[in-house]
Design a protein around this ligand. Structure first.
Ligand code: ZN
Length: 201
């Protein structure tokens, strides 16, 4: 943008919206305009919702999910099978599996995957906490729902080795997940099928 077409307040709104994933400068401009036109119905409630969420967001100390209370809604849901822990790299993956209604389990968010090239080692992830959760006698199966990327699979092998002494079955998603595939981008049917047909490591 070489010259502004709106005042600095509106340009700032556009620039901030453009930082959101999936929104380039052109869509950000459209979104800003839409918000401005729907100032009462949309912009004010959105600003309030963002502010409320900002104040209340906490990270679950059990699983690493993002919620407004700790432990989170998933961890405190008594209808979930306490014997299953689904290990995911990121909260986006947890939400994708929940959206797909893929499994009725609890989760463990690692905070990433091992990546020697990017300097991400075991200490940067919540692997120790996972190992201690896996030793809880109530836990019978740990499902490694990690991306089918090199880093994802390195992490699968690393965790499988560590869980060798725990009394749990360790499984991974079926190869319905395309190689290089990221869970968050899979359609819900593929994700559910990969979960149902998970295989023992
Ligand atoms: Zn939780």
């Amino acid at each position: 943008m070489s010259r502004g077409t709106a005042g600095p307040e509106i340009e700032r709104l556009i620039q901030l919206l453009a930082k959101l994933p999936g929104l380039g400068p052109r869509s950000a401009r459209r979104a800003a305009l839409h918000l401005i036109k729907k100032r009462e119905q949309l912009m004010s409630p959105l600003a309030d919702a963002i502010e409320t969420a900002r104040e209340k967001i906490v990270i679950c100390s059990v699983c690493g999910n993002i919620d407004t209370h700790n432990p989170c809604t998933v961890c405190t849901d008594v209808k979930r099978d306490p014997s299953l822990i689904v290990v995911v790299a990121d909260v986006a993956d947890l939400w994708a599996l929940e959206r797909a209604n893929a499994v009725n389990a609890r989760y463990h968010v690692l905070g990433g995957t091992l990546s020697p090239l990017d300097g991400v080692g075991p200490a940067d992830l919540t692997i120790d906490a996972l190992v201690s959760r896996a030793h809880d006698p109530a836990v019978k199966e740990v499902i490694l729902a990690l991306n089918a990327t090199v880093d994802g699979q390195t992490t699968v092998h690393y965790i499988t080795d560590l869980l060798h002494n725990a009394e749990v079955k360790v499984t991974r998603l079926a190869h319905g997940v395309p190689v290089g595939g990221e869970l968050d981008y899979l359609d819900e049917g593929t994700l559910s099928a990969a979960m149902r047909q998970r295989t023992l490591i």
